[in-house]
Design a protein around this ligand. Structure first.
Ligand SMILES: Cc1cc2nc3c(=O)[nH]c(=O)nc-3n(C[C@H](O)[C@H](O)[C@H](O)COP(=O)(O)OP(=O)(O)OC[C@H]3O[C@@H](n4cnc5c(N)ncnc54)[C@H](O)[C@@H]3O)c2cc1C
Length: 392
């Protein structure tokens, strides 16, 4: 039976079998589920999610940033679709505040090359030299900077509201959410046949999706599929400053300082790329003072007096191969098992496009809208990184 005839076939009424089973029901799993039902309304979809409250899910810990400033055309195109999608949703707190990448002289050529690629893909972005940067953002210390790229239509949203919207919409189209955990996968020939759940239930399906975020490597290991995706702890801080400055976009620099306005203050952080990988949610309350505050005060002297109000931790599902996601199946070994993980800090913003892409792979057996073949698992098997050269 072909993939499309499976999808088109009459659905079984047995609760033990679905057309598609999705492990992980946060922003990525819910987006896959929603787009599956939009593309193939008759298919039966179950999302297996152990935690209704999403206590540890990265989605609820994200900063909400959504930008088009990437180097890979695939990422820019995913942003074009996803940001259009998110910004049109009601009640997800979309703020079109813009994004600003700033670089020292050593980063100027890369910024310009990325800018040209972004323009080719229709992004409304301006390249600013140092005087122009200073004029637009008078409070910024620009002495060590060469240039900035300012994209005017980017912004941020509330990740929790986005997840709830996707989940609600998916359920309204008939997607079933099961409160359970995938603990094993039954594999035969070149396909996955069954999922064993923590409750003891076994479910069978024609297609399986691994949308388990920082836990996706564990799910892949259930079929012996090595996935170079690791949990990388990252702090997010909400801070306030007594000194008022001009309105800021989401600001990012090469030291990986990244922050944006939030309410009366700002939300952001500084990724420590050398952070040991693992499921560590401990909060280092000195990190802001020791690392983030000096970087902030250097860039915006008015933030000398800022005060950290709250710090929380979360996990990036970090793609150790190249910082880009893995979207696709395991050719020859698990043809019906699709991974959608490794977004390395971009998973919330890219969830709509990635969910649609996986739905296309299942329903049409190929990418119909954005060609994401270069994000497939083949590059992992061949150990051929396809790196993102925008600032991560
Ligand atoms: C501090 C921080 C800031 C960030 N800022 C941004 C940002 O500004 N913009 C952006 O786009 N992205 C950002 N990200 C990244 C973004 O949060 C993630 O890329 C995105 O949320 C990944 O979504 P997901 O659904 O794949 O994973 P998750 O949200 O982690 O969800 C995975 C789900 O899988 C479930 N699960 C785990 N194991 C199993 C199993 N065996 N069976 C079934 N279910 C399972 C978990 O319970 C969980 O709910 C940030 C991340 C962090 C930590």
């Amino acid at each position: 039976m072909s993939y499309s005839s499976i999808i088109a076939s009459a659905q079984t009424s047995s609760s033990q079998r679905y057309d598609v089973l999705i492990a992980g029901g946060a922003v990525m799993g819910s987006s896959v589920a929603l787009f599956l039902k939009r593309l193939a309304p008759a298919c039966s979809v179950a999302v297996i999610e152990p935690d209704d409250l999403y206590e540890l899910a990265s989605t609820l810990r994200a900063s909400g940033g959504a930008r088009r400033l990437f180097s890979c055309p695939e990422n820019i195109e995913m942003s074009n679709f996803s940001l259009g999608f998110i910004s049109a949703l009601p009640d997800v707190g979309w703020k079109k505040g813009g994004y600003l990448f700033i670089v020292p002289p050593a980063g100027a050529d890369a910024l310009k090359a990325n800018y040209e690629m972004q323009r080719q893909h229709g992004v409304r972005v301006e390249l600013l030299d140092r005087p122009a940067l200073q004029a637009r953002f008078p409070s910024m210390h620009t002495g060590d900077l060469a240039a900035g790229a300012h994209s005017l239509d980017d912004g941020w949203c509330d990740p929790h509201s986005l997840l709830q919207w996707l989940r609600r919409e998916a359920r309204s189209l008939g997607v079933v959410y099961l409160r359970d955990r995938v603990v094993g996968l039954g594999h035969a020939g070149d396909a996955v046949r069954q999922a064993k759940l923590a409750s003891g239930t076994t479910l069978s399906a024609d297609f399986f999706v691994n949308a388990a975020g920082a836990w996706s490597k564990e799910v892949c290991a259930m079929i012996g599929m090595p996935l170079p995706v690791e949990p990388l702890r990252r702090f997010e801080h909400y801070f306030e400053s007594p000194n008022r400055i001009e309105p800021l976009p989401y600001v990012k620099d090469l030291a990986r300082l990244a922050f944006r306005p939030e309410g009366r203050g700002y939300s952001g952080g500084l990724v420590n790329s050398a952070e040991p990988r693992g499921f560590n949610f401990d909060v280092d309350h000195d990190y802001f003072e020791n690392v983030v505050w000096p970087a902030l005060a250097h860039r915006f002297p008015a933030f000398e007096a800022c005060r950290c109000v709250r710090t929380w931790s979360g996990l990036y599902e970090q793609s150790e191969l190249d910082g880009n996601p893995v979207i696709g199946n395991y050719p020859g070994r698990a043809e019906n098992f699709f991974v959608v993980s490794g977004f390395s800090g971009h998973g919330m913003m890219h969830a709509p496009a990635a969910g649609r892409a996986v739905a296309e792979l299942i329903v049409h057996r190929r990418f119909e809208t954005i060609d994401l073949s270069r994000f497939g698992y083949a590059r992992v098997l061949a150990n051929q990184p396809y790196p993102e050269r925008g600032i991560l």
